[in-house]
Design a protein around this ligand. Structure first.
Ligand code: NDP
Ligand code: 8X3
Length: 249
């Protein structure tokens, strides 16, 4: 028997929300299985605690067989946080890059399907479990250039609700958290490393931090067994909707 309070699997933990969440849950006594593509960042994450507390896994969520094999090998977990995701580009629909669309669809939707489908089998056996999807305010409110990114997150919102219907009879909670602007690598990735464009996103306003989201995820996970915090929308105070941001210039 180990002394962990539970086992949690977090995707996209090489930076941002996933990394902060992995560190927080490890501090809270969980054993954390953490995935990401960047080998060095994952190895560094694994070294933040005693060996075995955070188990880093180099994994591309777009690769179905690799995800299925890796997640089956972990065995049962109490919690799955489907966080890995990205936006690429912010062009109007008619100028969009179809390769970017494929990447967002494969990661943000199909990656979650592969992960949840695999992990749900063990949770059904255990008659309990908790799956949380990191969606976005962009799932509920579109904005110029958000098109395919918004659509992927809206698909995950819908999936969350239908998975909840199918999995509640098995004692499994399914939930989503929809953040607004969070200062992570998200905008740097979206604008393909263009620092100026990425920084402009948060200019004159105080965005959420990755730790804000991690703390909220911990609160969701720590709810009593009979309580499912099914949907959370979390925004910076300066952001009223996907399109309304108060900036001090
Ligand atoms: P980051 O870019 O900092 O982190 C994204 C994480 O996803 C990284 O660990 C990255 O790891 C991982 N990832 C991306 N593609 C893949 C892939 N194909 N396979 C495996 N891992 C992948 O951004 P955030 O922390 O902000 O993003 C986390 C989630 O939060 C995303 O789903 C995003 O859509 C969502 N979100 C973010 C908001 C924001 O304003 N920041 C607001 C609302 C939602 P690696 O590159 O190593 O693979
Ligand atoms: C990330 C937040 O508003 O840039 O999901 O789409 S937003």
């Amino acid at each position: 028997m180990d002394s962990y309070v539970g086992k949690i699997l977090i995707t996209g933990a090489s930076s941002g929300i996933g990394k902060a969440t992995a560190l927080l849950f490890a501090e809270e006594g969980y054993q954390v299985f953490a995935t990401g593509r960047r080998r060095l960042d994952m190895a560094e994450l694994g070294r933040c605690f005693e060996p075995g507390v955070i188990v880093p896994m180099v994994l591309d969520m777009r690769k179905r067989t690799a995800v299925e094999n890796a997640f089956k090998a972990i065995g049962p977990v109490d919690v799955l946080i489907n966080n890995a995701g990205l936006a690429l580009g912010m062009e109007p629909f008619h100028e969009g890059d179809v390769d970017f669309w494929e990447d967002m669809i494969d990661t943000n939707i199909k990656g979650i399907l592969y992960a949840s489908h695999t992990v749900a089998q063990e949770m059904i056996q255990a008659k309990k479990g908790h799956i949380i999807h990191v969606t976005s305010v962009a799932a509920r409110q579109e904005y110029p250039g958000g098109n395919v990114y918004s659509a992927t997150k809206a698909a995950v919102d819908s999936l969350t609700r239908s998975m909840r219907i199918d999995l509640a009879p098995h004692g499994i909670k399914v939930a989503s958290i929809a953040p607004g602007m969070v200062d992570t690598e998200f905008s740097r990735v979206r604008f393909l490393g263009d620092e100026r464009k990425a920084q402009a996103v948060y200019e004159g306003m105080k965005p959420l931090t990755a730790e804000d989201i991690a703390q909220t995820l911990l609160w969701m996970v720590k709810a009593p067994e009979h309580v499912n915090i099914a949907e959370v929308l979390i925004l910076p105070t300066a952001q009223a909707s996907a399109r309304d941001v108060t900036r001090v210039r």
